[in-house]
Design a protein around this ligand. Structure first.
Ligand code: 5AD
Ligand code: SF4
Length: 442
């Protein structure tokens, strides 16, 4: 049997697409190899949001080239956002690449790879209007309890640092009926938690009007009604599109978890303006208040960029202030990385590298300190944990997540997919430890 190996870079959307890529390869009759150097078909699902993933990909591709020199019939395929951004240049830069494809054209992979990846035709991409939801493709899922469900693709925002709208195109929402059919099928197969995915998930549905009148709030309510779905998450919402009806749906739907990932990007209104985020620091803070007012015990996480062009020490301090004021449970922190073709890459006041490094260190320290305190405050509580698997570090322990999306390693006896009460006994800045409670008598 010919075998494949898929390496994934970047975001959850990519992780989700990789499951589809694997599904397509399995349908072609290939099996998964334990490592790239044992595979006949090597696939890279790439990201281009910052420069670092580009560099990491270059190193991986170097290894693939070496493998191919040893075994010339190895097939190398490069998909995802970096491939889409580079398009045919991929073949110039990396002549040993056989197939390149964008995020919307995974379904062509089967044709392009031919019979089991043996009869590969050198190919690239489809046209823009061929973009399709990868949800229509077969899937090979890594996790059984949790599933991602794509609700939209592309993004209509124009954040000045971001390459996504260029590579993923304009926003297109999937039909609510198709989403619900997928969620229902997943629940029937034992999935307990679904994460609704979109580049800008809460602007869902606007492009479907007036034919279909389902916005993100209605979608949450509809998914909440699907039998067997115990938990609903979504990522990433844009603060500008967080309408009161979405907050209300979050508060009222039993399955929607008490967690919002709310990308801040900067705490300085001046920087936010240059980022074209269309909200101010005050508007963001008001939204946090509204969310916390409606949803008790809400966990908040965020994305923050430091060193955006023109960011002064004062702007950066404004970000630190917002981080303190909100008290995030966690944050993904990024050093600004100019992406060619974006508006911000052309700005003249780029911040020197050493200033960026200094700021990211200060930010990370504050984020960790606050997250550690937030987790510490959970000690002594009993949290509902969705069991996922044995613990990674200690197989005698179990691992799961709370509704607030914190990972818990705990002593107990339960099967993946079960919801169990766990008494929290200790914490770090990113995880909790605990012991499963004896089942409480009804
Ligand atoms: N440089 C640094 N970080 C970026 N992000 C997006 N584009 C860039 C860039 N050019 C970050 C944003 C976004 C997250 C997915 O990646 O914070 O929310
Ligand atoms: Fe990029 Fe902004 Fe769209 Fe997010 S909302 S994908 S940061 S343009």
């Amino acid at each position: 049997m010919r075998r494949y190996y898929v390496t994934t870079f970047g975001c959850q959307m990519n992780a989700h697409d990789s499951e589809r890529i694997k599904g397509v390869l399995e349908e072609l009759g290939l099996g998964e190899a334990p490592a790239a150097d044992e595979a006949d078909v090597i696939v890279f699902n790439t990201c281009t949001i910052r420069e670092k993933p580009d560099q990491r990909l270059a190193a991986h591709l170097g290894n693939a080239a070496a493998l191919k020199r040893r075994r010339p019939d190895t097939v190398v395929a490069v998909g995802g956002c970096y491939a889409e951004a580079q398009r045919e240049r991929i073949f110039e830069r990396y002549p040993f690449v056989d197939v390149a494809f964008g995020p919307g054209t995974i379904r062509h992979l089967a044709e392009w790879l031919g019979a089991g990846g043996a009869g590969v035709a050198r190919h690239a991409f489809g046209t823009a209007d061929e973009r399709r939801f990868s949800a229509e493709l077969p899937t090979q899922r890594d996790r059984l309890v949790q599933a991602w469900v794509q609700v939209s693709m592309g993004c209509n925002s124009v954040c000045s640092y971001c390459i996504v709208p260029r590579v993923r195109g304009r926003e297109v929402s999937r039909r609510p009926g198709d989403i619900l059919a997928e969620v229902t099928a997943l629940a029937r197969h034992g999935v307990r938690e679904v994460t609704l995915l979109g580049q800008n998930v809460n602007s869902y549905g606007r492009d479907l009007a007036p034919d279909i009148d389902t916005g993100f709030a209605e979608l949450l309510r509809a998914v909440d009604r699907v039998d067997g779905v115990e938990r609903i998450r979504f990522t990433s919402p844009h603060p500008k599109d967080f309408r009161p009806n979405v907050i209300q749906a979050m508060a009222e739907c039993a399955a929607v978890c008490e967690h919002a990932h709310l990308p801040l990007q900067s705490g300085s209104t001046h920087v936010l303006k240059r980022m074209r985020r269309t909200y101010s620091r005050e508007r963001y803070l008001r939204l946090v208040d509204e969310l916390r007012g409606a949803i008790p015990d809400l966990a908040l996480t965020t994305d923050i960029i430091v060193g955006f062009p023109g960011e002064t020490e004062q702007d950066f301090r404004a970000t630190l202030e917002v981080v303190e004021e909100v008290g995030f449970d966690g944050a993904f922190t990024f050093v600004y990385s100019p992406r060619s073709g974006t508006e911000a890459a052309e700005m003249h006041d780029q911040v020197p590298d050493e200033v960026k490094r200094d700021r990211i260190e200060r930010l990370v320290e504050l984020v960790q300190q606050i997250a550690a305190a937030r987790n510490q405050a959970r000690i002594g509580r009993i949290e509902e944990v969705l069991v996922e698997s044995p613990s990674r570090t200690d197989p005698t322990m179990l691992r799961g997540r709370t509704r607030r999306n914190t990972t818990v390693n705990f002593a107990g006896a339960a099967a993946p997919g079960e919801l169990v009460p766990v008494a929290i006994t200790s914490s770090t800045s990113t995880t909790l430890r605990g012991t499963q409670e004896a089942l409480v008598a009804a």
